[in-house]
Write a protein that binds this ligand. Structure first.
Ligand code: FAD
Length: 480
């Protein structure tokens, strides 16, 4: 069986099917987690916001998935108190908010901490006077490390088994009804070579690219994705910022968050309907202006260019009926996940979903796939090689070394290492280069380690990386 797409859904489906003993090939045309799964808020939450759509069943399921992860994966997912801050003027009525938090607690079968009112809290000192009207604390969960490493966690245990995971490999091909197999040519993006593969079943987990991939392989589906762009500013974290703050946005019944993450904080996200994928993965000046406007409404500190450490920006894949006309605010759309098997060919498409629901998505795919595949054999998972640690100047935490990531975590490029194997590009100014590009020599050594010691290629890679970072910052921060 082949899975296309190594974001959170593809990775989790891969894990589930490998564990059941199927022989599975996971393919991503970029790096694992290089799509939406590296751009999330990293919250494992039951979907408090979706109560406004009366989508109680989805909220109940997400709460169940969240609580299951807290229980079964304590090294990866931990319960965390969040602080909801109603606006003094505008926004939702605070009593309605408090009532909704209690209802939310009931829907999750009282498994988390009870919501409570707290008038005084440390972050109050960061806020302008009379902006918020008290605060309510309630409990959700967050990823311990990062969303991208959470994706890897599902893939790496099967390194030394019959299952194969390949990043930077793009599948092409077609279905042959005669032998009831898909005949694929797998294109290696680095060498340009192609390798033939036959598979009985394909699972399409390519997130916002699902419709495009379905179209290319001649698959039609009653469901499609509506696209909603979400951008964050990553700024330096104040020492007073302890708790994840959820502010009433005052528009569309939405919220905006200040999420503490190591030495930085994420401010956002935006929620903008977009028509094409190309519009969605880059932060624009309009996104930044929106985020700054809302920041300055609430906080007394004025953000300057040098306070912006980095950005996150991605597109939420939202499952909608094929005839949907892109005419609603994206938060009004359901976050429900849908697994759609093709009626004729052995092909399953995954739509919608969230990181929080990845286990349920994987279970649904495994159920749908096992009806069409022979009984699997039991496999043995080999012992994983112990992590090798590394310290990056300016970062307190120890991180996996470049050599370890190259050998055991599919790390092929400098960007893979800085963005998805570690948090360097999100925590260190200018995407890891440093405020005055003082980290360039260090990045060159890392790039050389990843590419097997070629120093001139490493210098070129860092130069390209720095030029990209410069261009992105220039475009996004042109108005401040
Ligand atoms: C701003 C924002 C905040 C969010 N916050 C949260 C949150 O706090 N909690 C939460 O639970 N969810 C959150 N989400 C939602 C969540 O991030 C997504 O639902 C989830 O990451 C989608 O994962 P995926 O695997 O479906 O897609 P992706 O992660 O996009 O993976 C798809 C993969 O397919 C690959 N691909 C594309 N085309 C091909 C091809 N032809 N062949 C092979 N591979 C291909 C891509 O390279 C990519 O790696 C957030 C989303 C956004 C945008």
């Amino acid at each position: 069986m082949a899975i296309f797409g190594g974001g959170i859904n593809g990775a989790c489906v891969y894990h589930q099917l490998c564990r059941q003993g199927h022989r599975v090939l996971l393919l991503d045309r970029g790096d694992f987690a290089c799509g939406t799964s590296q751009t999330s808020a990293m919250m494992i939450w039951g979907g408090l916001l979706y109560l406004r759509n009366m989508d109680f069943l989805t909220v109940h399921h997400l709460c169940r998935d969240r609580d299951r992860m807290i229980e079964e994966m304590p090294d990866w997912v931990v319960a965390r108190a969040l602080r909801y801050l109603p606006l003094h003027n505008g926004g939702r009525n605070r009593f309605v908010t408090y009532g909704a938090l209690w209802f939310y607690w009931l829907i999750s079968l009282l498994r988390r901490e009870r919501p409570r009112h707290e008038a005084l809290f440390p972050e109050r000192a960061l806020l302008k006077d009379n902006v918020v009207d008290g605060s309510f604390t309630f409990e959700e969960a967050v990823l311990v490390d990062s969303d991208a490493r959470f994706v890897l966690k599902w893939i790496t245990p099967f390194l030394k088994t019959d299952c194969i995971a390949l990043n930077y490999c793009e599948p092409h091909g077609e279905y042959h009804p005669r032998d009831r197999c898909w005949h694929l040519d797998i294109e290696d993006k680095f060498s340009g070579k192609t390798y033939p593969v036959q598979t009985r079943m394909i699972v399409n987990c390519t997130g916002v690219w699902t419709d495009e991939v379905n179209h290319r392989f001649g698959i039609q589906s009653p469901v499609r994705h509506a696209l909603s762009k979400g951008a964050f500013l990553i700024i330096n974290r104040s020492p007073l910022h302890e708790t994840l703050l959820v502010f009433d946005l005052g528009e569309h019944g939405d919220v905006i968050n200040l999420i503490p993450w190591g030495p930085v904080a994420l401010w956002g996200p935006t929620e903008t309907a977009v028509d094409s994928i190309e519009e969605g993965f880059d932060v624009t000046a309009a996104d930044v202006n929106f985020l700054l406007e809302h920041y300055h409404k609430r906080f007394s500190h004025t953000l300057k260019k040098e306070d912006v450490v980095s950005f996150r920006c991605g597109i939420r894949p939202l499952a909608v009926p094929r005839g949907y006309r892109n005419d609603r605010y994206p938060l009004d759309l359901s976050r429900k996940q849908q697994v759609v098997p093709d009626a004729v060919r052995p092909w399953i498409s995954c739509y919608g979903g969230k990181i929080t629901g990845c286990l349920t998505m994987a279970q649904k795919v495994a159920n749908a796939a096992s009806r069409r595949l022979p009984a699997p054999e039991r496999i043995r998972i080999a012992q994983q090689t112990e992590l090798e640690w590394f310290q990056f100047e300016g970062m307190e935490e120890w991180i996996p070394s470049p050599a370890y990531c190259r050998d055991y975590e599919f790390c092929c490029t400098l960007d893979d290492y800085l963005r998805r194997r570690t948090n360097i590009s999100q925590w260190i100014p200018q995407d890891g280069l440093g405020l005055h590009q003082e980290n360039r020599p260090l990045l060159e050594r890392i790039a050389a380690e990843i590419n097997g010691g070629n120093l001139s290629a490493a210098e070129e890679e860092v130069a390209r990386y720095a030029a990209n970072v410069g261009r992105r910052r220039e475009r996004a921060l042109s108005t401040i």
